[in-house]
Design a protein around this ligand. Structure first.
Ligand SMILES: *Cc1c(COP(=O)(O)O)cnc(C)c1O
Length: 388
């Protein structure tokens, strides 16, 4: 369909042309229940009045001023976003947030080595791609940024790789692109403890798991961890491009004037959206996400897990992985679901990944789970009949 665009993405046949609440409409007027939120971006759905008002209000004032001038809006959003004792650096994406984290960690510690994990995903620019433990993503782009080491996620042996010659360890609390792999809580705590003991900075990549996705503001708060640096992006602007790197105040002197920068980062339009997102991310809202999550995981356990196409289910909050066995291809399941009016995502290892808008009603969440149940049950039946 697109003749003037690099063929970087394998695309579905339809274009999404409008949306409301948590429903999307394509160019053939077919509507879909959305279990994708873009890719974990539009957590407040497609018609959020508070975000719209905040952005429209800012559009009428000023769009861009450069970072040569202070911005009260940046300071307010940083205050709303940062855990106690942290400062923010705003950028435009997840990969940029991780680039900033990588640079800050090296500069602050004076050390070069970083430990990352197999199946982790941190982005596509050179630094963050070099931290991404997926050979398919790195293929053809070598040489990568040197001195990045990898260990197996959730592996107790990885602890021995955390030594005092590392600048940092970077990880996701739940690996998203890597297949919705749940971090083991005890292991995560041991990693954090070893980092602190060895003087190694702990960078937690919350680009996908942050901003309420797991029922907490940040996913690490489910496990009582104490990161030195946090990166976020995706859901922070509900669709406007914004990323942020948050770091402990003790790191401030390594990121002084001239050390790092960005023209668009901290842009007032993107920030006006993030402000309205964070204002709505209240403890009550997060409790609501936890309650809906419980209903969804109950339904998944009762209806989806018993199906012969399904090996296991993972995730937390409204970040969900349904691990399909080899008899079915996740791409086929996704296109069947599209025909049945439900948009879903995949992740590595034949995983059907669900990232519905956090504002979706419990009734529609359960409706989506029923569509998945029916679709996978049909796939099951086809698999069984083809065996006969
Ligand atoms: C999506 C993602 C990124 C990259 O974010 P971009 O905005 O696409 O650059 C980094 N880390 C994680 C965990 C992600 O899910």
């Amino acid at each position: 369909m697109m003749k003037h665009i690099f063929p970087t993405y394998a695309q579905y046949p339809m274009e999404i042309v409008s949306g409301h609440d948590w429903h999307l409409v394509d160019n053939q007027q077919k509507s879909y229940l959305d279990f994708t939120s873009g890719i974990g971006v539009c957590s407040f759905g497609y018609s959020n009045d508070k975000i719209e008002h905040s952005v429209l209000n800012q559009l009428g004032k000023i769009w861009h001023t450069s970072n040569l001038y202070p911005s009260q809006l940046q300071d307010d959003v940083a205050n709303a976003l940062c855990p106690e004792g942290m400062l923010a650096f705003f950028c435009n994406s997840g990969t940029e947030a991780n680039e900033a984290a990588f640079k800050l960690a090296r500069k602050a510690t004076g050390k070069g080595k970083v430990l990352a994990f197999n199946n982790g995903f941190h982005g596509r620019t050179y630094g963050s791609m070099s931290l991404t433990g997926n050979p398919d993503i790195q293929a053809g782009f070598k040489p990568l940024v040197p001195e990045v080491q990898f260990a197996d996620y959730n592996d107790p042996d990885a602890l021995s790789a955390i030594t005092d010659d590392l600048a940092a360890v970077i990880l996701e609390v739940i690996q998203g692109e890597g297949g919705v792999v749940d971090g083991n809580g005890d292991w995560l705590k041991q990693v954090a403890a070893k980092c602190h003991e060895q003087g190694v900075l702990l960078i937690i990549d919350e680009v996908q798991t942050g901003i309420g996705r797991t029922g907490k503001k940040f996913a690490f708060q489910n496990f009582d961890l104490d990161p030195d640096i946090i990166t976020c992006a995706k859901a922070l602007g509900n669709g406007l491009p914004i990323g942020a790197m948050l770091g402990k105040k003790s790191l401030a002197s390594a990121f002084g004037p001239g050390s790092h920068g960005t023209t668009f980062g901290g842009n007032k339009i993107a920030l006006s959206s993030a402000k309205a997102v964070l204002e709505q991310l209240t403890p009550d809202f997060l409790k609501g996400v936890q309650k809906k999550s419980k209903a969804v995981f109950d339904a998944l356990g009762k209806k989806v897990l018993p199906l012969s196409a399904v090996d296991s289910i993972s995730g937390l909050g409204l970040m969900i992985g349904i691990h399909l066995n080899d008899s079915v291809k996740v791409a086929d399941v996704i296109s069947h679901l599209q025909q049945n009016g439900l948009l879903t995502l995949s992740a590595k290892h034949n995983t059907l990944r669900l990232l519905p808008p956090l504002v979706m009603s419990e009734a529609d969440l359960l409706k989506g789970i029923d569509l998945i149940t029916d679709t996978l049950a049909n796939v099951d039946a086809t698999v069984e009949s083809s065996l006969i």
